[in-house]
Design a protein around this ligand. Structure first.
Ligand code: FAQ
Length: 312
């Protein structure tokens, strides 16, 4: 056996022992290449989701129905941009630059969450995004607070605090609309009908069809599987819908004797169509990001010039 092989094996054993003992891995610690590349992919895609996710909500800032709702929406969207920045910073600790992440996004090599490829057609969609989309995001992110990579885990702690405000403001919009006129109730139900299934798709493919889950679970990058998290979200969200008089658009939902709900199955063809780039807004979202990234080049140059001046 060669010396390098022995060293690699020992390092890997020590690394897995740390993971098994629930210790955090930090940027300067030794890590196997498949752990590093897995994290680079997942954290950067998570960051892209936060940033692209600003677009469907941004569509409603100028049309928010009151000054209060406009202020809340502005603050929420700004939070999402901030989440993107923490996550890009966490991903950069793995040795890839932010410019490279953005280039991969623009070249279609990096993904972002399928949910942001659906349009926001009426004000109730802003309620549905806060309640369902942030609600699904939190379910996943609470679990990711215990992820094994230190910088990712710490970013999640702060993000989760902010996301719980987002979830509540979305539920408040839906609840207010359900207490309103017949037309407002119809708008809320329409938003529920359009966002329910895409929100469930955010958790990714079924466990048996999730090629990344093996490595993710072995290295405790993910602490729960896609289906476990999706199920948690379904079970807590159905009663919230019923409480304000909304119908969940799934004819197979049934309350079981043990107090849980059985439910129908996602349309996986739709999921893969959207993930693979052919959803209702994929092209629009990416084109928008490319356009404003290019137009913002001068801002980055100024910031860099100022930084260079300070460090001279
Ligand atoms: N959309 O083997 P798996 C938010 C891809 S944040 C698009 O199961 P994995 C805040 C997956 O990347 C929302 N692609 O993969 C907000 C992989 O492709 P790849 C984002 C998807 O990584 C709210 C392939 O399919 N949250 O919303 C999706 O083990 C409101 C095979 O899948 C996160 O990113 C999908 N839904 O599990 C902002 C959380 N599902 O990379 C603004 C962190 C799967 O091989 C407004 N990420 N794919 O080319 C994760 O937990 C995981 O990466 C999963 C996927 C669960 C998304």
């Amino acid at each position: 056996m060669e010396l390098t092989q022995v060293t690699e094996e020992t390092l890997l054993k020590e690394f897995q022992a740390k993971i098994d003992a629930d210790a955090k891995i930090e940027p300067n610690d030794w890590m196997p290449e498949d752990y590093r590349t897995h994290l680079i992919r997942q954290i950067s895609q998570h960051a892209h989701s936060e940033v692209i996710g600003m677009q469907p909500e941004g569509n409603w800032i100028t049309r928010a129905p009151s000054l209060r709702s406009k202020k809340i929406l502005l603050a929420k969207i700004q939070d999402e941009g901030g989440h993107g920045l923490y996550l890009y910073s966490a991903a950069e600790t793995l040795g890839v630059s932010r410019d490279q992440f953005i280039q991969w996004l623009h070249e279609g090599k990096a993904k972002y969450s399928s949910i942001f490829n659906y349009p926001t057609l009426n004000w109730a969609d802003i309620g549905a995004i806060g309640w369902l989309v942030d609600g699904a995001a939190i379910t996943n992110q609470v679990s990711l607070q215990r992820t094994s990579y230190g910088p990712y885990s710490r970013a999640m702690v702060r993000i989760c605090k902010e996301e719980s405000f987002h979830q509540r403001q979305g539920y408040e919009i839906m609840w207010k609309m359900m207490e309103g006129t017949k037309e407002q109730r119809a708008m809320a139900q329409d938003a529920m009908n359009r966002w329910w299934w895409p929100a469930l798709m955010m958790f990714g493919p079924k466990d048996g069809d999730s090629p990344r889950s093996g490595t993710a679970m072995k290295y405790k990058i993910k602490r729960e599987t896609n289906d476990q998290l999706r199920e948690k979200f379904i079970q807590k969200t159905i009663p919230q819908a019923h409480l304000i008089g909304l119908t969940v658009p799934d004819s197979e939902i049934k309350l079981l004797e043990d107090g849980t709900y059985s439910h129908g199955e996602i349309d996986w063809n739709e999921f893969w169509t959207v993930v693979n780039g052919d959803g209702p807004c994929n092209k629009q979202r990416l084109a928008h990001h490319v356009k404003y990234h290019e137009e913002g080049a001068w801002v980055r140059e100024c910031a860099q010039a100022f930084e260079d001046y300070l460090t001279k």
